[in-house]
Design a protein around this ligand. Structure first.
Ligand SMILES: [Zn+2]
Length: 344
């Protein structure tokens, strides 16, 4: 009996660990676990929230919970849970955009699969990533399935851009909102688990904007394997001085330096935006700037640069980000950006 008791306790611990894995997502975790436990989950759920808050993990946990062989909550160790964890379960189907959009061909293929019985699952779970990328044609096809869902099948749609999901689709789903991870949690995670010094953790947490994996990535850059993130930031910020000069050659060569580190361009742009925002904020609330360790430099820039010109630079960065997202030539985009920012 005693042995039996302790096994139940073990399983409960495992459950708690799994839901605790959804950091700072108490409400979504609670809703999901209740839906599974009561066995009355709606057939379509829509998970929304910024990148890096555990939406995919929650979807997989839900799939495990719905299929767990030992309990209605995920044990994490039974055959079904293990298969889902290693992404080899034939009835847990993930759909991602092919290129920029989710196309009708993908939904047709899904419908074909759904017309057959599940291979082994109690509940089949269809996870649709970037649900905002479902185009109208594909959306109409999917809508029919959502209106007359096949037996024993759950749909989980995931999006970072809730407003862009087709309203006809969204209205068929129960929405579950995921929160940005709090700065406090990110800081303690960085300090306690990764040993990042508190002062640096503070800056990283501000920059990461509620995205925990992004914060970890930035902290990892800190660890020395890669270029040190803070020194990278300092290089960018001192480079920004040339924006105030007039030399086109210097501007283009700065753009070229950024271009050479292609995979870090989004970080560079984020650093610049934060810097310009800090310059504005310093004018009326100097204690609220993000790059507090650079307050002298920010103060100096804040004296000579106007709010209007900083807003124009930030707008220029947004334009560049949009261009990059739609696959514009990266080098040219960066060159244009530098020239635009120098002319405000
Ligand atoms: Zn299990």
């Amino acid at each position: 009996m005693l042995h039996g008791h302790s096994r139940v306790a073990d399983i409960k611990d495992a459950i708690n660990i799994m839901f605790d894995d959804l950091i700072d997502q108490k409400l979504p975790a609670q809703i999901l676990s209740t839906l599974v436990r009561k066995g009355n989950a709606p057939h379509a759920l829509l998970f929304s929230g910024i990148e890096g808050v555990g939406k995919k993990k929650a979807a997989l946990t839900f799939a495990m919970a719905a299929n767990c062989e030992s309990n209605k909550e995920p044990c994490g160790v039974c055959r079904s849970c293990k298969k889902i964890k290693s992404a080899i379960h034939p009835d847990i189907i993930e759909i991602k955009p092919s290129g920029k959009v989710i196309k009708i061909a993908q939904i047709r293929e899904l419908i074909h699969v759904l017309s057959r019985k599940p291979y082994e699952a109690l509940k089949r779970v269809i996870i649709i990533h970037d649900a905002d990328a479902i185009n109208t044609e594909a959306g109409n096809a999917l809508l029919k399935v959502l209106e007359e869902p096949p037996d024993k099948t759950f749909f989980i749609l995931i999006t970072t851009q809730n407003g862009h999901v087709l309203p006809t689709i969204a209205s068929r789903c129960q929405q579950i909102k995921f929160n940005p991870v709090s700065k406090k949690t990110i800081i303690s995670h960085l300090v306690d688990k990764l040993g990042v010094p508190e002062e640096k953790a503070l800056i990283i947490a501000q920059m990461a904007d509620g995205n925990l994996p992004e914060a970890e990535r930035m902290a990892d850059l800190e660890s020395g394997n890669h270029t040190n993130w803070l020194s990278l930031r300092d290089i960018i910020i001192s480079g920004l001085d040339i924006l105030n000069g007039q030399s086109t050659g210097q501007l283009l060569s700065f753009a070229n330096r950024l271009f050479k580190k292609k995979d870090q361009v989004s970080t560079f742009l984020a650093i610049m935006k934060t810097c310009f925002r800090d310059i504005i904020i310093f004018k009326y609330a100097p204690e609220k700037i993000i790059f507090r360790d650079l307050s002298e430099k920010i103060a100096c820039m804040s004296k000579t640069l106007t709010i209007d010109s900083m807003l124009q630079r930030i707008e220029a960065i947004y334009m560049a980000e949009r261009a990059i997202q739609s696959n514009a030539n990266l080098r040219l985009t960066l060159e244009v950006l530098m020239i635009r920012m120098s002319r405000v």
